[in-house]
Design a protein around this ligand. Structure first.
Ligand SMILES: [Zn+2]
Length: 134
């Protein structure tokens, strides 16, 4: 069975993945204007300041929207369908919402407005954030 494809960290996202490997959810914040940004980037999209600080977050958030995937788009996910993929607004990082799996049982128990907490699944070089209802 094929393994699911993993993200490939780049210069901008490497600190996020380093934090995930250490069990920490984090987001990038501009040291000039103080606003968070996602995805990670070299320049602030709000004030164009170069660089950013990485802030550890509580690891909780709210489901803003979701889809339930019934057909695997990659052979690595064939044994995982159906599964939920959600847009999750992160606590402690105003304006940041990331995409991630939400693990509910049954899968259609997921709901918009549901509060969730992160957990990390070690997948070799990457620790993937996943979310569970709280
Ligand atoms: Zn800024």
């Amino acid at each position: 069975m094929a393994a699911p494809p993993l993200p490939t960290p780049d210069h901008d996202s490497q600190p996020f993945w380093d934090g995930a490997k250490a069990g920490r959810l984090s987001a990038q914040r501009c040291p000039n204007c103080g606003r968070f940004r996602w995805p990670p980037a070299e320049y602030c999209p709000h004030c164009h300041h170069h660089g950013g600080d990485w802030v550890s977050l509580p690891g909780t958030g709210v489901v803003q929207s979701f889809v339930i995937v019934h057909r695997a788009f990659d052979p690595g996910f064939e044994d995982k369908v159906p599964y939920a993929v959600a847009h999750i607004a992160l606590d402690g990082a105003d304006g940041v919402a990331i995409i991630g799996n939400v693990l509910t049982d049954p899968v259609d128990a997921i709901a918009i407005g549901q509060r969730v907490a992160v957990e990390f699944v070690d997948s070799g070089p990457i620790s993937m954030p996943r979310f569970k209802p709280i």
